[in-house]
Design a protein around this ligand. Structure first.
Ligand code: KG4
Ligand code: ZN
Length: 343
């Protein structure tokens, strides 16, 4: 069984082809064309620019993905008997950007006469962990940390989501991006802060850990961001590396504490971590230690680095389970604020 997936929810035009043989996943191709350079000068993603770029890039990325999977000779015509389904991200994300992927996917599915499934971008970040040799086991807890979302989700079986908690304001990645701007670092801010934080040492700064003991599984990073803003305003000669270090530490502490609380409350077999912020080394380190020391029976599945950022291989993995469950959809629409449980 082979599935082609398309992801255009933000500033990456991505197409992947996944082959499933005896239940095992083989990524045949995974092409990601990033628009970061274009959006960088605006300090964030401009929706209509993203839409224009997706429209221009989708046919190019498709050709590259086919080439990667089947070599130079493959043409679109050859593919009809080769593919069994098309999957596409329908939300959450920027609606103008999502529509480009959806319309492109609809055309392909029609042309190839194969079923079309829609995938929630966040479920894609969770299913990235199925592309590793040891897949997670149910029931599982998933921590999703991306540019737009911070969520703790309980999954008892495939495609079954219960949101235990989410951010009430800024997402973790969004806070990284905003604090990076305060520190005059580039976009996206996460990797820039992580790099600078390596040079920082804990000395005198003490940023808050918002909601760390709130007793629920919600997050809030807006207050932390404001604390950094005031600190930099009041200390114009501040050690920026130390500020980056302490900010990152505060985010990691909150994420790890809430995850540990949820692991204690819900008896799960695996912890899955995905999304752009899952690439953060400090977070990966702390979660590894947490599992080893306090939850040795739980298997930890943090997305490998090549699958943390937005890509279509993860959409294909989730799409495969939607295909298996026969969740075909003719009238797919872009939904900017699509919730995990509501696809
Ligand atoms: O999942 P993703 O690629 O896109 C969304 O679905 O939003 O996540 C992007 C976010 C950005 O906010 C970026 O700054 C953050 O992930 N990010 C990181 C790191 N790499 C990317 N945050 C912290 N540390 C990193 N190493
Ligand atoms: Zn994402």
């Amino acid at each position: 069984m082979k599935i082609l997936a398309i992801e255009t929810s933000c500033d990456e035009t991505a197409i992947a082809i996944l082959e499933i043989i005896g239940g095992k996943f083989e990524v045949r191709s995974n092409v990601v064309l990033s628009q970061i350079k274009i959006h960088k000068k605006f300090g964030g993603v401009v929706p209509n620019l993203a839409k224009r770029e997706h429209r221009k890039n989708l046919p190019i990325v498709l050709k590259l993905a086919l080439k990667e999977a089947w070599g130079t000779k493959s043409s679109l015509g050859d593919l009809v008997p080769k593919l069994d389904a098309v999957a596409v991200t329908s939300g959450p994300g920027l609606e103008p950007a999502l529509w480009e992927g959806i319309n492109f996917a609809k055309d392909l599915a029609k042309k190839w006469r194969v079923p079309l499934v829609s995938v929630n971008h966040l479920e894609g970040h969770i299913y990235a962990s199925w592309l590793e040799s040891e897949p997670p086991k149910f029931p599982l807890l998933a921590l999703i940390v991306s540019g737009g979302h911070t969520e703790l989700v309980l999954m008892k079986k495939h495609l079954n989501y219960k949101i235990l908690g989410e951010t009430r304001d800024d997402a973790a990645g969004e806070a990284f991006d905003k604090v990076a701007r305060m520190l005059s670092l580039g976009y996206p801010g996460g990797p820039e802060i992580a790099k600078l934080a390596e040079k920082g040492k804990p000395k005198s700064i003490n940023f808050p850990r918002p909601m760390i003991n709130s007793g629920d599984f919600d997050f809030s990073f807006s207050g932390l961001k404001t604390a950094v803003l005031y600190y930099l305003r009041d200390n114009p000669r501040a050690d920026k590396a130390e500020a980056a270090y302490e900010f990152q530490q505060a985010v990691v502490d909150v994420l790890a504490k809430k995850t540990a609380d949820a692991l204690r409350k819900y008896k799960v077999k695996s912890l899955v971590v995905g999304g752009g912020v899952a690439a953060n080394n400090a977070l990966r380190r702390v979660l590894n230690i947490l599992i080893k020391k306090s939850f040795p029976k739980i298997s930890l599945h943090i997305s490998p680095l090549w699958l943390c950022g937005d890509n279509a291989a993860m959409i294909a993995a989730a799409g495969y389970y939607r295909f298996k469950a026969k969740k075909f959809k003719k009238n797919i629409k872009a939904v900017g604020n699509l919730k995990l449980s509501k696809i």
